[in-house]
Ligand binder design. Structure first.
Ligand SMILES: [Zn+2]
Length: 309
């Protein structure tokens, strides 16, 4: 069985964001604590004993404390069920949780060479000793099977694929440590349980739904998809920022070319938004935006949501 735990569903900053007084953040601090959400990451396992994280958010320590499946096994003085971390991009909200995994347990980081180059160019990541924490390059459209710490196969097959997106925000205007070619900065993943063939897709960042992407994910039982903003200009009109969703590499939920409309005719059993920014009104349970999303078949998950395929 393929087990999935949503460790966090929020975009960068989380809900509430430390310096934000927008309606969602105010509600999350006050009368609606159920709106609180940590930054986006999921954990996956096929044996319920070894787990792989998809991205390592800045909230990882809190997420691990809250998730019993990821606790050390009973009786072990030092142990973690986490066998690896698969990175889909090099953004702060995808990589900085690695710094909370620096206490000497072995695991492997799987990432595109461009993201590995970012880690390599930042000496703070040297806190993860490469003899204990291996770094394995993954390639676009090349299936791979993550390994357990003893080298045994995990039973998972992961296919990374390129999706429309942007390089990490903090690299804007600076040379990319991985060179000029942009392919690989934003990956989607197809993740399959090799024993059962059950699979799902993970796309926490995607700037545009191409025809190629539609045909790729058609027929899937489950898709996690970029839900950063409701409207492309949401941060600007709310006075919260100067960038559109597209400029940050994120498609909007709404609009003619948004995620809801673009994927409306595609056969997908379960559609779940992930990486939802605190500015997004669809987070509010009673909002018209939430009703539109839900009536279009989309779910907005709470942290800790478990799914078994
Ligand atoms: Zn806010």
């Amino acid at each position: 069985m393929l087990r999935i735990v949503v460790l966090g569903a929020a975009a960068g900053g989380g809900v509430p964001q430390w310096n934000c007084g927008c309606p969602v953040c105010r509600a999350a601090r006050g009368e609606h604590p159920e709106l609180r959400s940590t930054q986006a990451s999921i954990a996956i396992s096929v044996d319920d004993a070894h787990w792989f994280l998809i991205n390592a958010s800045p909230d990882l320590r809190q997420q691990l404390t809250a998730t019993k499946q990821l606790h050390p096994k009973p009786g072990a003085l030092r142990h973690s069920p986490i066998a690896g971390v698969i990175l889909t991009n090099g953004e702060i909200d995808a990589v900085t949780g690695l710094l909370s995994m620096r206490e000497g347990s072995p695991f492997t980081i799987y990432a595109h060479a461009r993201v590995l180059a970012i880690l390599k160019s930042n000496s703070i990541f040297n806190v993860l000793n490469e003899t204990t924490v291996g770094r394995e390059p993954i390639e676009v459209d090349q299936p791979f099977e993550p390994r357990l710490p003893d080298g045994a196969p995990s039973g998972l097959e992961v296919v990374p694929f390129a999706v429309s997106g942007k390089g990490a925000w903090y690299l804007d205007g600076r040379p990319h440590p991985g060179g000029v070619d942009g392919t690989g900065d934003t990956l989607g993943l197809r993740i399959e349980d090799k024993a059962t063939g059950k699979h799902f897709y993970f796309l926490a960042a995607c700037a545009e739904v191409s025809d190629e992407l539609k045909s790729r994910i058609a027929g899937s039982p489950l898709v996690f998809f970029d839900g950063t903003v409701w409207r492309d200009d949401e941060l600007i009109t709310a006075g919260l920022g100067r960038k559109t969703g597209k400029a940050m590499g994120h498609i909007a939920m709404s609009g003619d070319d948004g995620a809801i409309a673009s994927l409306a005719g595609i056969d997908i059993d379960r559609k779940i938004f992930l990486h939802i920014n605190n500015s997004n009104p669809a987070l509010l349970h009673a909002s018209p935006e939430r009703q539109i999303a839900e009536s279009a078949g989309w779910q907005i998950p709470a942290d800790g949501t478990e799914i078994v395929l």
